[in-house]
Structure formats: C-alpha cells, structure tokens
Design a protein around this ligand. Structure first.
Ligand SMILES: NC(=O)c1ccc[n+]([C@@H]2O[C@H](COP(=O)([O-])OP(=O)(O)OC[C@H]3O[C@@H](n4cnc5c(N)ncnc54)[C@H](OP(=O)(O)O)[C@@H]3O)[C@@H](O)[C@H]2O)c1
Length: 350
C-alpha cells in the first residue's frame, strides 16, 4: 500500500481511504434503514479487507445512520483484532456537528464546546474505542466562533480521547483561524472531476498550512463510474434524487463527462472509477513550491470487489495528456446542478 503523511502529524496513512457512509445510509438499499442488515455482512467484510490490505484510513461520522455506521466500523475493527490484527492498523476518522433527531430528521449544526464533548463521548461508545484517531467538525457552526469549537477539540486531544483534529467543508479563513488554536491535520471537502471548487483556494491554503486535503465523494457519489445513466437507476428514496446534479436534465448534461472518462479509461486499460481516482491522486503534491497539498481520496463502497478496484487506482499512471484531457472535459463550474440541495448548500462555510 502506498502511504502518505497525515498533515504535519508524522502519522503514516494509506494514500487512498475507505468511505463507510453508504454502508449505513443515503444510497441504494441503505437509504432505507430497515434494509441495512441485508448489506451488513459484506460491509463488515469490506472494512476488514481494507485493513488487511493496509488501507488504514477509515472514514465515518456520528450522523451516518445515527450511530449505525460508527458501530459497524468498531465491530469490523474488533473482528480484525480477533483475527490477529492490531488497533493501530486502523486510523479511525469520525465527525461531529451535524445534528439529527432519532427519526433521522436534520436539526442543524452544533459546534458549541458542551456539544463537542458530548458528541465525542457518544462516538467513543458507538465505536467501542478509547480514542478516535482523527476527529473532524462535520460542518462549521455559524453560531459558535471556530476558536471555541477547536478549543474544545484541543482539550479532547489533551485528554487522550482524540489524536488529531480536522474540519470538513470549512472556508479558508475559518481554517486559518482554527490553526491559531490547534494544528489542523486534515480538511475534508468534496473534490472530484465534477466538483473542482477546491482548486480556487482551498488546495493552495492546505499546502501552505501543511494540511492534508481529504477528497470526499471522489467518484461523484457513484456518477463518475458510469453506473448511473438516468435517475431511474436510483431507488425512490435514494438521497441523490434530492441533489440537483442528479435531476434527469442534469444527468443528461453531466453524462458528457462520464463519456470522456470512459473513453480515456478504455484507451488506458483501466475502469472509469480508477480513471476518476487516478486523476484526483495526480492532483496531489508535497506542499512544495507548486503549493499543492497531499490529496487523499476516500471512495465509498460496501463491496469488496469495488474496494479492490478502487485500490487499483493507485497503480494507474495517467499520462500528462490524459490528465489534461480529463481536466478539460469538465472545467470548474461546468457540471449542471449544485452539488447539494439548497438547504445543505447553505450549511457550507465559504
Ligand atoms: N464530509 C462530508 O460532508 C462528507 C459528505 C459525503 C461523503 N463523505 C465521506 O466520503 C465518502 C465517499 O463519498 P460518497 O460515498 O458520497 O461518494 P463516492 O465515493 O464518490 O461514491 C460512492 C458510490 O459509488 C459506488 N462505487 C464505489 N466504487 C465504485 C466502483 N469502483 N464502481 C462503481 N461504483 C462504485 C458506491 O456504491 P457501492 O457502495 O454499492 O459500491 C456508492 O454508491 C463517504 O463514504 C463518506 O465517508 C463525507
């Protein structure tokens, strides 16, 4: 497994991670919480396979299935240890700050110090662990100064409950302010061939501050793999149906990018998913004079076969010309439809 350093922490993490969200929530059969047991065995096996192959960067959050996803990650890690693995084989990354009711309804964002402490205890219980390796604020709370939220996160580090901290979807000013309180190891934000927004300033600022850029939804929530050709492909309650990018009109437009990816992947001899991930991996730098940070994609899958395929992207080396053709296929702003429904767009800190 190829490894990279997480921010300035010195911790070695795999150059590609595993997103676990879809194992419990939002997509496909798991949009229906009542059906989660149907996919659980394969999800657990997927996490265990990741760990046994040295893919240690495991991403979850307290809101994914309201604790179900953290419990799943904890269980997979215990099973890994029962089979002779070690706790340190996993870098467990989780998040707090999005608040949901017991029925899954969205109730806003909370970054107050009391909430941070409560959420951390709850996540530790769900995971069944005594510490979290990387603890992110999921969304910045406009009602709480970032210094107060990060101050509470820093206390968790002092108490040994958290090793490193990160932010998700934070604007660059917020990121700078956060770093004055405690080192930020990672910024997790959406980045892929159809979401190029971080190229404006986030990548440069991460490189400058020595922060790893963790790219979420690197496969465009599955769209860039070519497996979603129309909105009928999605279950009636699949959350992507609420995303403007997945309206039937937007899908028709955005498929032009998928066709470009498929054509380059076909000529190169890799799959579209590998091609999309290889493009992202190629955006990674060393924070050197080119001011590009480490870009660490965390593709989500609940299937071992796709995990193997996605790890295979690390061996795909696209030529400069192929990379350029991909970049040109969908320049920043090209994709039709916003990447979230309006209410969620407003929760992004820009
Ligand atoms: N910080 C945030 O606000 C935030 C927001 C969203 C996501 N995330 C994190 O980022 C992770 C990844 O993002 P994501 O899950 O939204 O999107 P993604 O990784 O872009 O795509 C995941 C989707 O693609 C499918 N897929 C995966 N590999 C595939 C392959 N090789 N071929 C065909 N289809 C494939 C998956 O289906 P199967 O599972 O059926 O394989 C799933 O439906 C999440 O799991 C979560 O941990 C964070």
């Amino acid at each position: 497994m190829r490894n990279v350093s997480l921010g300035k922490t010195g911790l070695s993490v795999s150059a590609i991670g595993l997103g676990c969200m879809g194992m419990s929530d939002f997509y496909g059969e798991n949009a229906d919480w009542g059906r989660r047991s149907e996919t659980e065995a394969e999800s657990l096996a997927t996490i265990r396979q990741a760990l046994s192959e040295g893919l240690n960067f495991i991403d979850t959050a307290d809101v994914y299935g309201n604790g179900h996803n953290e419990q799943l990650v904890g269980r997979a890690l215990r099973e890994h240890m029962e089979a002779g693995g070690r706790r340190e084989d996993a870098v467990v990354c989780t998040k707090f700050g999005n608040v949901r009711g017991d029925d899954g309804s969205w109730q806003g964002v909370n970054g107050s110090p009391d909430y941070v402490r409560m959420a951390c205890e709850r996540s530790l219980r769900s995971l069944g662990l005594d510490h979290i390796d990387l603890y992110y604020q999921h969304r910045v709370d406009p009602a709480t100064p970032i210094e107060e939220t990060v101050g509470a996160m820093a206390q968790l580090v002092q108490q040994g409950k958290v090793r490193f901290i990160g932010l998700s979807e934070a604007g660059v000013d917020t990121l700078r302010r956060a770093c004055t309180v405690h080192p930020v190891a990672a910024l997790q934000t959406e980045y892929s061939l159809w979401t190029r927004d971080p190229e404006q300033e986030h990548l440069r600022v991460c490189a400058e501050l020595g922060i790893t850029f963790v790219a979420y939804s690197p496969l465009g929530r599955g769209f860039l793999t070519g497996t979603i050709r129309d909105d009928d492909t999605l279950a009636f309650n699949d959350s992507r149906r609420l995303h403007p990018r997945f309206s039937s009109e937007a899908i028709e437009h955005n498929l032009q990018l998928v066709e470009a990816i498929e054509s380059i992947a076909g000529a190169h001899g890799c799959t579209p998913a590998q091609c999309a991930l290889a493009w992202l991996l190629a955006q990674s730098g060393n924070g050197g004079p080119d001011l590009r940070p480490t870009v660490l994609p965390i593709p989500g899958t609940k299937r071992r076969e796709r995990l193997g395929e996605n790890i295979g992207a690390l061996s795909v080396s696209l030529s400069v010309e192929e990379l350029e053709r991909l970049s040109q296929a969908a320049p920043p702003g090209w994709a039709m439809g916003t990447r979230y429904p309006e209410r969620s767009m407003q929760a992004l800190n820009r």
